[in-house]
Design a protein around this ligand. Structure first.
Ligand code: 5AD
Ligand code: SF4
Length: 471
């Protein structure tokens, strides 16, 4: 048994990170034959992509994907720790699985992802949920066959979570959710330690993948018919800083663009590391999408300082204006936290000022959620939940107004959309995103799935648009 320790997770060493190749031992290849699995994913794109790896590993072991959780012999919850509500949802689901296991004790159930990296969560599992079968973390997904075998033969809870990150493992198999767009990890972990954020503890120190491995993956995706890649990292602008080869995010964007893949996106950017070179490269290449997610978090300099964000309202606005000026037709979205400890009405109004100035295309807004072990969770917080909810409501109203305004500019225009799936609206409509990441429901023949087509926008709402394909 190996349990996570927060004190160890906090440590940052200067050790160079080693890159190793994934391999699976033959002894694990038939372990899942005749059995089915279901992976439920919570949280960000990084987790979604990790689940794509987990699914492929399970299929190497002989498991087949179940149509729903109720039909599965193996259930894995790939969890998120970013806010308390994500946490609560997972414990609610564990309760549901307990009932399923009471009816069918042969079900194997486990937890992985960011919550599994939390010391307190694993303690709670060992205390109250000993009936679970496996717990593994974000750093050892590649060891799933070994851990699962142990749990299946011992029939006892197997906990195997490393506190520290370890090596980069290349060529973990992947079962991608889409045939047209793909997630590509460019780095793991984060060293920014924003005071509210648990990610540096659950995902470890920043480790950039070698550029040649990333480019090889993108080239292969292009050859396989993929139209879009999203370069993934917690703080992609810091890409390369931990490699001593004088190669940064602007170099990576440029090399990725030169593969000729049709669409390139990247998330998430931290305003601190956003360089002029990056802006130049984004504006230079047509296949780098004019869409940037630029988390603000707060518009108050006092709160930004308490958050450890390393920029001011003024420097953020300067960067924002520069991007708007240089990248033609760019859409910019953001993340905002309200109710950070000690946030006053005046601080909140500073945030509203920035929102009123930036008129974001859209924004993800959150109430501050104290995460155990982070500096912000120990700060005095004298604002009532009622007040925080009031601020969130007020902010959302403004954010939604600008989102609608931004979308209205698209009415009657013709835009390019990558048709990626059926729309949830009705069976005969497809859906996809514009280069600027606007969701569009499109009337188009099903044969056009997977293609980038011209679409005339006929109707807009705050969060989506409707359109018709034009020949
Ligand atoms: N409380 C509320 N929101 C948070 N985020 C990260 N940590 C917290 C927290 N403790 C938000 C930030 C980040 C997004 C992914 O989640 O806005 O950009
Ligand atoms: Fe968390 Fe992002 Fe800050 Fe890293 S940069 S600590 S992931 S909010």
């Amino acid at each position: 048994m190996l349990v996570p320790e927060r004190e160890k997770a906090r440590i940052r060493t200067k050790d160079r990170v080693i890159t190793r190749e994934y391999s699976i031992n033959d002894e694990y290849r038939s372990l899942g034959l005749g059995k089915t699995y279901f992976v439920k994913t919570y949280g960000c794109q990084m987790n979604v992509h990790d689940s794509e790896n987990i699914k492929a590993i399970l299929e190497q072991m002989g498991f087949e994907e179940a149509s729903c959780m109720e039909n599965a012999d193996l259930i894995l919850l790939n969890t998120c720790a970013i806010r308390e509500n994500a946490h609560n949802k997972v414990f609610g689901m564990i309760g549901r699985i307990k009932h399923m296991k009471e009816d069918n004790p042969n079900i194997i159930a486990g937890i992985c992802g960011c919550m599994a990296q939390e010391e307190g969560v694993v303690k709670e599992i060992l205390d109250k949920y000993k009936w679970l079968d496996i717990v593994f973390g974000t750093h050892n997904i590649y060891e799933l066959p070994k851990i699962l075998k142990k749990a299946m033969s011992s029939k006892k809870l197997e906990v195997e979570v490393y506190s520290c990150e370890g090596d980069i493992i290349e060529n973990i198999p992947v079962k991608r959710d889409s045939k047209y767009k793909a997630w590509v990890n460019i780095m793991y972990g984060c060293d920014k330690f924003c005071t509210y954020c648990i990610v540096p503890y659950t995902r470890g120190k920043q480790r950039s993948r070698n550029p040649k491995d990333i480019i090889k993956e993108v080239e292969k995706l292009k050859k396989d018919g993929y139209k879009e890649v999203t370069l993934l990292g917690q703080n992609v602008n810091a890409y390369g800083k931990d490699l001593d080869i004088n190669y940064d995010m602007s170099n990576l964007l440029s090399d990725t663009a030169q593969t000729g893949i049709e669409r390139i996106r990247f998330v998430t950017s931290h305003p601190w590391d956003f360089t002029d070179e990056m802006i130049d490269i984004i504006s230079k290449y047509e296949n780098i999408m004019p869409y940037i997610h630029l988390p603000l978090q707060s518009g108050s300099n006092r709160i930004l300082k308490l958050m450890g964000r390393r920029y001011t309202k003024e420097s953020y606005l300067e960067l924002f204006r520069k991007i708007k000026e240089k990248v033609k037709n760019v859409s910019i979205t953001t993340d905002i936290i309200v109710g950070f400890p000690s946030e006053t009405e005046a601080d909140f109004n500073d945030t509203l000022d920035v929102v009123n100035e930036c008129k974001y295309d859209s924004a993800f807004t959150f109430i501050f959620s104290p995460r155990e072990g982070t500096p912000a969770s120990k700060m005095d917080d004298d604002i009532s939940l009622e007040e925080k909810e009031k601020r969130l409501y007020k902010l959302n109203k403004i954010v939604n107004m600008y989102a609608k305004e931004a979308n209205e500019k698209y009415l009657n225009k013709v835009v390019k959309v990558l048709l990626e799936d059926y729309s949830s609206k009705d069976g005969s409509t497809l859906m996809g995103y514009t280069d600027t990441m606007k969701l569009v429901n499109v009337k188009a023949p099903i044969s056009k799935l997977g293609e980038i087509v011209d679409v005339k926008i006929t109707n807009v709402q705050s969060f989506s648009m409707d359109g018709e394909m034009v020949e």
